[in-house]
Design a protein around this ligand. Structure first.
Ligand code: PDD
Length: 283
C-alpha cells in the first residue's frame, strides 16, 4: 500500500483528500521541495528543508513545524513506504480559505502534503549525456523561491520535450539563467561558470554540492553570468538537480554545440558526486 502525509498524518493515499479551496490548488500559493533518497537514506535533507523554511519566509508563511520535526515525519513516510532509491515530494500551501487574493487570517494553517516515489538513478543518461533546447525564460522575477507556480517552467520543458530534448536551457535575452528544472553550468578552458544565486534562479542544492566538490578538488567555479554565445562556445555543458544529479549535455539542438561524449570536468564532478552519495547514504 502507498502511504502519504496529509497535514501531519500518515495515511493511505486513497483516503487523502484536499479541499478544492486549498490555496495551492487555486493560486499556486505555496512552496515545495523534492529530496532524494539513496539506499533508504535522505541525501542533503537539511539543506532542502532549510531552503523550504527560507521559501516560506519569503512568501510570509509560517510553517507549523521545526526542521527536525519535519525531517522525522518525512523519514517515517520513507520507511513506511519502503523506499530504497527514490524521492520524497513535500509541499505546504497557505491553507484552505474562501477564495480571495490577499492572504487569509493568521489562524488558517498551512496545508502540508507529502508522498514518495521509488525511482532508479538515470544511469544511462548520466553516462551518455542528454540533448537540450534553448528557450526564452519568461518566468517571474522571484525564481529564488521554490514556489508551486511552475507554469513558466513546465511550458519551457514541454517545448524542449516536443523537440525530443531532456531539458530547456532558459535565457533572459542573451543571458543564460538555468534549466526549466535544473541549474546550468558551462566549462571553458577548465573553468566552470554558473549563474549567480540571484532572484533569477533557484539556488539548487545539487549546485551547492557541486561547488563543494570543486573546492575540494581545486576546480575553479565562478558564479558569474554567461551568455548564449559563451554557452555554444563551451567545451562542456552540464546541468544539475536532485533527480538528474550531474547530467552532461552533449547537444544543444538547432545550435552549434555538439560533443562526442561528456567532458572530462563533468566526469570528475560525477565521480565526486558519487562519493558524496556514498558518504551520506552508504552506497
Ligand atoms: N527541481 N532550478 C529549478 C527551476 C528547479 O526546479 C530545480 C529543481 C533546480 C535544482 O535544484 P536542486 O538541486 O535543489 O534539486 C534548479 C526539482 C527537482 C523539481 O522541481 O522536481
Amino acid at each position: 500500500m502507498d502511504y502519504v502525509i496529509l497535514d501531519g498524518q500518515i495515511l493511505d493515499r486513497n483516503k487523502a483528500k484536499v479541499d478544492i479551496e486549498d490555496r495551492g490548488y487555486q493560486f499556486g500559493d505555496g512552496i515545495y521541495e523534492v529530496i532524494r533518497v539513496y539506499n533508504s537514506t535522505f541525501f542533503t535533507a537539511d539543506e532542502h528543508l532549510t531552503r523550504l523554511f527560507q521559501s516560506a519566509e519569503k512568501i510570509g508563511m509560517t510553517l507549523p513545524y521545526t526542521l527536525e520535526e519535519l525531517k522525522n515525519l518525512l523519514a517515517s513516510l520513507v520507511k513506511r513506504n519502503n523506499i530504497n532509491d527514490g524521492t520524497i515530494y513535500l509541499q505546504f500551501s497557505r491553507g484552505v480559505a474562501a477564495r480571495q487574493h490577499h492572504y487569509p487570517d493568521k489562524d488558517v494553517k498551512p496545508a502540508f502534503t507529502a508522498y514518495t516515489k521509488e525511482i532508479e538513478r538515470p544511469k544511462d543518461k548520466l553516462k551518455k549525456g542528454v540533448h537540450a533546447k534553448l528557450v526564452e525564460d519568461v518566468r517571474w522575477l522571484r525564481c529564488d523561491i521554490k514556489s508551486l507556480n511552475l507554469l513558466g517552467n513546465i511550458m519551457a520543458k514541454q517545448e524542449a520535450s516536443e523537440a525530443g530534448c531532456f531539458e530547456a536551457i532558459l535565457h533572459r535575452g542573451s543571458t543564460v539563467t538555468e534549466g526549466s528544472s535544473s541549474n546550468m553550468f558551462i566549462v571553458k578552458d577548465g573553468i566552470i561558470k554558473t549563474h549567480p544565486a540571484t532572484n533569477l534562479i533557484l539556488n539548487g542544492i545539487t549546485r551547492r554540492v557541486i561547488m563543494d566538490i570543486c573546492k575540494e578538488q581545486n576546480i575553479t567555479i565562478k558564479e558569474e553570468e554567461f551568455n548564449i554565445e559563451e554557452l555554444l562556445a563551451a567545451d562542456e555543458i552540464f546541468l544539475a538537480s536532485t533527480t538528474s544529479e550531474v547530467m552532461p549535455i552533449v547537444k544543444v539542438i538547432g545550435e552549434s554545440f555538439e560533443t562526442e561524449e561528456p567532458g572530462e570536468i563533468t566526469r570528475k564532478l560525477q565521480a565526486g558526486f558519487e562519493k558524496k552519495i556514498a558518504l551520506q547514504c552508504g552506497e
